[in-house]
Design a protein around this ligand. Structure first.
Ligand SMILES: [Zn+2]
Length: 116
C-alpha cells in the first residue's frame, strides 16, 4: 500500500510540472492548453493538500496510540475517527479515539465480566 506521503509528493511534483507547462504555454500564446494545465494544477494541488491532511491525521493517531500504550489517557482527537466524522457518529472505526473504540468496548465487557 502506497503511503499518503508518497501520494502527496507525487501530486506536488505533478502540480509544479503542470504549472511550469502552463507558464510556458502562456508565454507562447497557447492559451487553451494553458487553461487545461492550470486546471490540472488546481486538481493536483487539492490532492496534495488532502494527502497532507491524511499524513497529519496519521501522525496524530500514532501519537495518541503511543500515549495510550504508555498508560496515559489522552483526550480523544477531533473528530474521533474518520468513519465517525463521515457517518455523523453513526459508525466508528476500530481505531476510534473516542468512547466508541473497540478497545474501550472490550475493556467495558471485561470490567462487567470481572464484576459479575
Ligand atoms: Zn470515532
Amino acid at each position: 500500500m502506497t503511503s499518503p506521503r508518497r501520494y502527496q509528493h507525487a501530486a506536488t511534483a505533478g502540480a509544479v510540472l503542470l504549472a511550469a507547462a502552463a507558464i510556458t504555454a502562456t508565454a507562447h500564446g497557447l492559451y487553451l492548453p494553458a487553461c487545461g494545465f492550470a486546471f490540472g494544477v488546481l486538481i493536483l494541488t487539492e490532492a496534495a493538500l488532502r494527502e497532507a491532511g491524511h499524513v497529519r491525521r496519521r501522525q496524530l493517531e500514532a501519537e495518541w496510540a503511543r500515549r495510550r500504550a504508555l498508560g496515559e489517557t489522552p483526550p480523544p482527537l477531533t473528530p474521533c475517527c474518520v468513519l465517525g466524522h463521515a457517518s455523523n457518529d453513526q459508525a466508528h472505526s476500530e481505531n476510534c479515539t473516542g468512547e466508541h473504540s473497540l478497545m474501550r468496548f472490550l475493556d467495558r465487557i471485561e470490567q462487567q465480566r470481572d464484576s459479575a
